[in-house]
Design a protein around this ligand. Structure first.
Ligand code: FBP
Length: 307
């Protein structure tokens, strides 16, 4: 069903609130997703007045925004109160919160693209639901997704090899597209990191992508906004290994794994430069990894270029 389906209003009316109260017999995975979807409007509203810098750093050494700390506490509070959530971990805190019931383990980037808060540009919330204690490889994911705070608030969610997109209004979640796969003809590209710090092989690959007249540049500074472009139009997003940062910038547990899981479920590919992101074995909760995701042919060519 495409977002331009005229029957969408009928669907909207038929199923106004697929999110029954948490704990109402939902399996823990659906309960986590329902709780994050329900919290999105509040997180979006809570950004107002929290755009300043907190005088704290996250475990990756980045100065946190007030909103980062606030959103993390809100999600930690709600997700650890769900039956079946064994652990809550976040990009914004060094320690894992143990929830006790060891069914699923939740890793969250409460606010992705928080450097966009000052300039009022797109941001997101990223989540990964693992079936193994954290840190865990992407192969232990059972579901993942993101909230995108764009002109409207949307959610993309992957489970059991299927990707669905929703529009979020207040606490309601409405299906707008199901069984999503990446369009065959890649259109957009976005590459992070400062160009002088790119490795030569990566720079050569980027020149090849840029010189294709069918391709358009789309880089907005928030991974979720840029990857949602790839999911919608096809293409490639990458935050590569850099000369001054061999493992790139993005965090394996909270950003790379959830994104890779969803893009692979949509028929695309992910890579750290030589293998699927999902195969990367973590050594620390806050490990970073070079992230490349998009249409399989573009990722195959990237791995050839970096080999
Ligand atoms: P946060 O999760 O801390 O916001 O960091 C991740 C991120 O903002 C990504 O969303 C984005 O792709 C990247 O960092 C932008 O990095 P840069 O400012 O180097 O382009």
């Amino acid at each position: 069903m495409s977002a331009t389906d005229p029957d969408r209003d009928r669907d909207r009316d038929r199923d106004p609130d697929p999110d029954p109260e948490p704990g109402s017999g939902l399996d823990p995975v659906e309960n986590v997703v329902a709780t994050i979807a329900r919290s999105a409007a509040e997180i979006r509203q809570g950004l107002v007045g929290r755009r300043g810098k907190a005088d704290e750093e996250n475990p990756s050494g980045e100065v946190q925004a007030e909103a980062d700390v606030w959103a993390d506490e809100l999600l930690a509070d709600r997700l650890t109160s769900i039956d079946g959530v064994g652990q809550y971990a976040s990009e914004e805190r060094s320690e894992i919160i143990d929830g006790g019931d060891e069914q699923v383990y939740v890793a969250v980037d409460p606010l992705d693209g928080s450097s966009n808060l000052q300039s009022n540009n797109t941001m997101g919330t990223v989540f990964g639901i693992y079936e193994e204690p954290l840190p865990a490889p992407g192969t232990a994911l059972v579901a993942s997704g993101w909230i995108l705070y764009g002109p409207i608030t949307t959610m993309a969610y992957a489970r059991d090899g299927s990707v669905t997109k929703y529009e979020l209004t207040g606490g309601e979640r409405t299906v707008v597209e199901e069984e999503i796969t990446l369009p065959d003809d890649p259109l957009v590209y976005g590459f992070g990191g400062r160009v002088p710090h790119w490795h030569d092989e990566f720079r050569t690959y980027v020149r090849e992508i840029e010189s294709n007249p069918d391709h358009k540049l789309r880089y907005g500074g928030a991974m979720i906004g840029d990857v949602n472009q790839v999911l919608t139009y096809g293409g490639i997003f990458a935050y590569p290994a850099l000369e001054d940062s061999p493992r790139g910038k993005l965090r394996l547990q909270f950003e790379c794994n959830p994104i890779a899981y969803l893009i692979e479920a949509a028929g695309g590919r992910s890579s750290d430069g030589s293998q699927s992101i999902l195969e990367v074995e973590p050594t620390d909760l806050h490990d970073r990894a070079p992230l490349h995701v998009g249409n399989a042919e573009l990722i195959d060519r990237l791995e050839d270029a970096l080999a």
